[in-house]
Design a protein around this ligand. Structure first.
Ligand SMILES: Cc1cc2nc3c(=O)[nH]c(=O)nc-3n(C[C@H](O)[C@H](O)[C@H](O)COP(=O)(O)O)c2cc1C
Length: 250
């Protein structure tokens, strides 16, 4: 327990944990996290997010294969956060109402907003309980398969997952861009000087990454050059899949 530190301190020292002890969360810990998820802010009080606890080893294995990260579904607990407009579709159907509003891009964005806020609420609650977390955007590697494996109906979309557990190794705090590059007043400032990144690049290169300690970490600018040039054909289908799920029709 970290009762002696403030929420602000908790937020400032948070870091992604990818090495967990060989232990699952207790049912009491999991229930506490779910209460936090339940109470997260929700756009327009629509409550358009659901959570799926993946406890079946076979399904965990399938998700690990999609994510291609060995810590996925290994030690700790795996939770998938789902944009969920299906429930509200069912409620509206009771009244004989059509889904038009649920098929809009606006509605999908509201569902995504709820889902990310909920996941982050769970992350911070887990941190406050002495647990560690890693977000898994890597479920997007093959979202069609994830939808099939989780038997997700139309008007749902698996946005992100979390692996949560008892930290085995805690990495260094990962340095962020200087505020002067990210913080503006009144209007966006697009004349930033790229030379301002030299110092930050040097700091990032010194970061000790536990993901692969045998490799040196590229500078931030180098990471932006390489990462955003990588292609994954299944990820290129994401917009089409979102639309197949009934979202973003207009
Ligand atoms: C939406 C989202 C998706 C992420 N997906 C993954 C992932 O699939 N695998 C992983 O190891 N880390 C993932 N991360 C963690 C980031 O790599 C991490 O937050 C970033 O490198 C900064 O490090 P820090 O969280 O330790 O400060 C994700 C983070 C976010 C916010």
């Amino acid at each position: 327990m970290n009762n002696s530190i403030t929420t602000e301190q908790l937020l400032l020292r948070r870091r992604t944990v990818r090495h967990f002890k060989k232990q699952s969360l207790t049912s009491e810990q999991y229930a506490r996290l779910m209460e936090v998820a339940r109470q997260a802010p929700t756009s327009n009080f629509l409550q358009q997010c659901s959570f799926i606890h993946i406890t079946d080893p076979a399904i965990r294995e399938q998700i690990r294969a999609i994510c291609q990260q060995q810590y996925v579904g290994a030690n700790g607990d795996l939770i998938v956060f789902v944009v969920d407009l299906y429930r509200n579709h069912r409620i509206r159907a009771q009244f004989g109402l059509a889904d038009d509003a649920l098929n809009s891009t606006d509605a999908f964005i509201q569902g995504m907003e709820d889902t990310m806020i909920t996941a982050q609420s769970v992350v911070m609650a887990a941190e406050s309980m002495g647990l560690g977390c890693v977000y898994l955007g890597s479920i997007q590697n093959d979202i069609r398969s994830i939808i099939k494996i989780l038997k997700l109906p139309k008007l749902t979309y698996p946005l992100v997952a979390l692996q949560i557990g008892i930290p085995e190794l805690i990495p260094e705090l990962k340095p962020r861009l200087p505020l002067k590059l990210r913080s503006f007043e009144n209007q966006y400032e697009d004349r930033f000087d790229l030379n301002n990144l030299n110092e930050y690049d040097a700091i990032v290169e010194k970061y000790y990454d536990l993901r692969d300690t045998s490799k040196h970490v590229d500078s931030f600018t180098q990471q932006i050059a390489t990462k955003l040039s990588q292609t994954n054909h299944k990820r290129d289908e994401i917009l089409a899949i979102i639309q197949e799920q009934g979202f973003c029709q207009y």
